[in-house]
Design a protein around this ligand. Sequence first.
Ligand code: ZN
Length: 317
Amino acid sequence: MRIAAGLVFASSLAASLLTSGTAWSQAQRTAAAPAPAAAPAPAAAPAAQTQPPRAPCMNAEALGVGRTVEIDTTGGPGFGFEHFKDLDFLRDHEVVLTFDDGPWPENTPAVLKALSEQCTTGIFFIIGKHATYYPEILKQVYAAGHTVGTHTWSHAALTNKKLSEDQRKEEIELGISAVKWALGGNSPAPFFRFPALQHPPEMVTYLGTRNIGIFSCDLDSFDFKARNAQAVIDVTFKKLDKLGKGIILMHDFHKHTAEALPELLRRLKAGGYKVVAMRAKEPVKSLPQYDEQLAKVAKLPTVSQRPVSSVVTTVSE
Ligand SMILES: [Zn+2]
C-alpha cells in the first residue's frame, strides 16, 4: 500500500494575499528579482533560486486561486480518481488545472496569458525534449509562478513491452534532468504524469522509491480530440458539472485548448468553481548520471557560455 501523502493546506491568508495585490506580495516580488528568465542558460554551475510568486492580481473579477495546498510526495502518492482513489482532498466545486506536453510556441504562451488574466494557476507536465527545444517558454511558465512537473523525456508509452526497465527509468529521469536544465538549474516539482495515463506497476513502484507523486486526473477534457475550442469547453463542463470537482487534464500543447481557455476560465468563475494550487513541499532531486546523460543526448553546452572570441584567439596564420 502506498504511503499516504501529507497534504498541508497552506495558509489561505497567503493565498488571498497573492490574489489581492497587497504590499506583502509586492515585497515578495521585489525580493525575488532578478527574474530567472533573464539568467543565461545553461549556467556552468547553476544556482537554484526560489521560484517567484505569482504576480499581484489587478482584476477584481478574476477567478483567482481559492487555496494553495502543499504536497509531501514521500512514497509517491497518486492523485486523480481515474486511477488513484486514496487521496480525496478536493472540496466540492474545487478544481486543479493541469496542462500536458508543453512547452510549445504560441499555445503555451496563450495559456499563460489566459491564466494571468484570471489570476489563476495550474500544473504543467513537461515533455523533456520539448523543454530542450523551447527552454525560454518553459522559463516563462516557471517565472509566472506556476507549478512545473514532468511527463517523460520523449512521451514514450511506458507500458511498451519493447522498452527495458532501464529504458523506462531513463524516460522518467531524463525528463526531469531536461526540465532542470531548461530552468537553468532550478528543479521542477516531484510531480509526474505518465503518457496516455498508462501506469506500468513497476514504474509506479519506482516513482515511490524516488518520492515522486503521480498525477492521473479526475476528468479528461479530451482536448487532443477536439475539433475546435468549443468542444474542449463542452466536454470539460459536461464532466465537471456531473462530478462537481476534480483534477482537469488539458494540453497547453494544443491550439484548441489555448483558444478555449479564456472562456473556460470565465465559466469556472461563473459556475462557482475555485482553483486549487498544488505545490510541492520540496523540489525533485534529479540523478547526476541522467543530468550528465542529458548533456550528451541533447548535445548541450555544459561548461561555458563564453563567446567564441574569448575562447579561441588566432595567434598566427
Ligand atoms: Zn502527454
